[in-house]
Design a protein around this ligand. Structure first.
Ligand code: ADP
Ligand code: MG
Length: 570
């Protein structure tokens, strides 16, 4: 995992080396300072050479100035490095999530995903900003200070060093505890975000049912769990910092007492004593640093783990190894013994056989929950079949790249999703480089002209999140316009006109049947009147094709279709 983490540094080798060199220089200067003081006290002080002492102080000032420059460089470049790495990770994760399958999004909560793509990554950034070089510098300073302390007075140095294994033990102990705590905390944050997201996006339902109090109750539960997890985490942190604080103060006192003893004994000069006390502070600095790294490290690691989990989740629908881009299709569609289920339960579709010739219009009818939408979603491989196969122009859909396959299919989905943005942006989603002329043409064909013209902002009218500022019928027409612009050889209209009033529907039906000319079209419809003229009507019931034929043939059969017809027209 560390290797994986370090691989993100690769594009920034130069920056990293620069940052690292400055950090080393800063550490060296920090070690040089006590040695210089040692000189001043032991050699210049007894000689009483005031001008030399002043000169030495100017020298020390130089050391400080230089090291403050290095500190600036380390801080700025270190953060720059971290920010870059963070942004690379964000982009990589976003790209990856774009490719996830419908099943993945069925099973993951939006709020959880958002939380993992924002909050968790922020904490990885935290270690990327300073982690490796800080740790290295801390260890180097520690070793350097220890070396010099050994040179001054090895007995005292060794005694001081005893603190190190103690600190390491303490750190490891707390690090493990904190790792667990942070993992729990991230899960709680994700839950919290999911709850808030779900509530806000469903607020209209909440208020319509006057269930605000119930919602607050559920929120409080989540919030309380989050609070407790945070509390526990901070308690561990408090223990860690207070224990290391007392240990370090103990060492300082120890050095003071023992050092004084050595000076009285005459085995240590005043200069050495002062230098030793300063060095023991330099020595404790890195320990404190390591300790704080140990505080942020588990958090970053927990975030990084979750990041990798999400990044490395293999989409269950992907381009297969033999997939090729197919630039053009005629539009023959065939289902061969297709069986599919969403979960382990009984199959949603079983043994479906269906042959649709290019250019035909086929209507799917049947009871709600029968599997019509599911059947259509298998063609663009939103889900993969469990058994059997589906082909277009005789080519199995698995042998086409997802991008080319989906470029040939236009779907007006049952539950329409529109993006927060303008009418123009939403329609042009069907063809990203569409000209205004093309957009207007699509608008006219989708019977949207009147609406757009009545808006003061015209094409630039904002439609609100998910298109809340539009009526159901307007949303449907907008999604039809977007599909008209895409202009695919295969059309799937999943109850595309269910929300339209009869008059608009008649007009749209006209536009749609005109659009269907020369394309393979699958129409799912509840109102049988709208599909009477389809080339073929397929009744989907309990996940299978119950019967198929023309309107007249099916009526004559006196089967499911005729019963549905009877129910609607009496
Ligand atoms: P229709 O479009 O004919 O009304 P669907 O194809 O939408 O029917 O649904 C067929 C069955 O599959 C239903 O029982 C439904 O509960 C189930 N189903 C639909 N979508 C999902 C999904 N994403 N995950 C699990 N089950 C689903
Ligand atoms: Mg449906």
């Amino acid at each position: 995992m560390l290797r994986r983490f370090m691989s993100y540094y690769r594009p920034y080798k130069r920056l990293f080396i620069l940052d690292f060199s400055c950090a080393i220089a800063a550490a060296l200067l920090e070690l040089a300072f006590p040695l210089a003081v040692n000189r001043v006290v032991d050699q210049l002080l007894p000689a009483g050479n005031w001008s030399m002492i002043l000169a030495a102080c100017v020298g020390l000032l130089g050391i400080y100035l230089l090291s403050s420059f290095f500190h600036y460089a380390v801080t700025y470049w270190g953060h720059k490095l971290g920010i870059n790495i963070e942004s690379d990770m964000r982009r990589e994760l976003f790209q990856r999530v774009q490719k996830q399958s419908f099943r993945f999004f069925d099973n993951n909560k939006t709020g959880h995903l958002v939380s993992r793509m924002t909050n968790d990554l922020m904490d990885i950034g935290e270690i990327a900003h300073h982690g490796p070089e800080d740790l290295f510098i801390a260890l180097m300073t520690l070793a350097g200070a220890f070396g010099i302390m050994l040179g001054i007075n090895w007995q005292l140095a060794v005694m001081t060093f005893i603190i190190v294994p103690l600190m390491i033990y303490l750190s490891l102990y707390f690090s493990r505890k904190m790792s667990k705590a942070f993992k729990r905390m991230f899960a709680d944050i994700a839950d919290y975000n999911a709850r808030v997201e779900n509530n806000v996006s469903g607020i209209r339902v909440v208020q319509a049912f006057a269930n605000e109090r119930h919602e607050v109750g559920r929120f409080v539960e989540n919030n309380e769990r989050f609070r407790l997890t945070k509390l526990i985490t901070y308690r561990i942190m408090a223990w860690n910092s207070s224990l290391s604080f007392i240990l370090m103060k103990f060492v300082s006192l120890f050095v003071l007492v023992c050092g004084t003893w050595f000076v009285i004994q005459g085995s240590m000069t005043y200069g050495e004593f002062i230098a030793f006390v300063m060095l023991s502070n330099v020595f404790l600095g890195p320990i404190e640093k390591i300790n704080s790294v140990i505080e942020t490290y588990p958090k970053g690691i927990a975030g990084f783990r979750r990041y990798l989990e999400l990044l490395e989740a293999v989409p269950d629908v992907e381009d297969t190894s033999q997939a090729k881009p197919i630039p053009d299709v005629k539009g023959d569609i065939a289902f061969h013994n297709v069986t599919f289920s969403y979960g382990e339960h009984k199959p949603t579709l079983s043994q479906v056989n269906l042959d649709i010739q290019a250019g035909q219009t086929v209507a799917l009818v049947g009871p709600s929950g029968g599997g019509k939408t599911t059947l259509c979603s298998l063609i663009p491989r939103f889900y993969d079949v469990d058994a059997g196969h589906i082909s277009i122009d005789g080519i199995p859909v698995k042998d086409m790249t997802l991008e080319s396959l989906r470029s040939h299919i236009g779907i007006v989905q049952q539950d329409i999703f529109l993006f927060d943005g303008t009418i123009r942006e939403n329609i042009a989603y069907g063809k990203l480089n569409a000209s205004d002329e093309e957009i207007w043409q699509a608008i006219r064909r989708a019977q949207l002209e009147e609406l757009v013209q009545s808006q003061p902002d015209g094409l630039d009218t904002m439609i609100g999140e998910r298109g809340v500022k539009l009526s159901g019928g307007q949303k449907q027409r907008l999604s039809i316009a977007r599909m008209i612009l895409k202009n695919p050889p295969i059309l799937i209209l999943d109850e595309a006109t269910s929300a339209l009033d009869t008059e608009t529907e008649a007009a749209i039906q006209l536009a749609l049947s005109e659009l269907a000319q020369g394309r393979t079209t699958l129409v799912i419809a509840h109102r049988l009147a709208t599909i009477r003229h389809a080339d073929r009507i397929v009744v989907v019931e309990n996940g299978t094709v119950a019967e198929q034929g023309s309107h007249e043939e099916l009526l004559a059969r006196q089967g499911s279709y005729s019963r549905l017809h009877q129910a609607q027209f009496g």
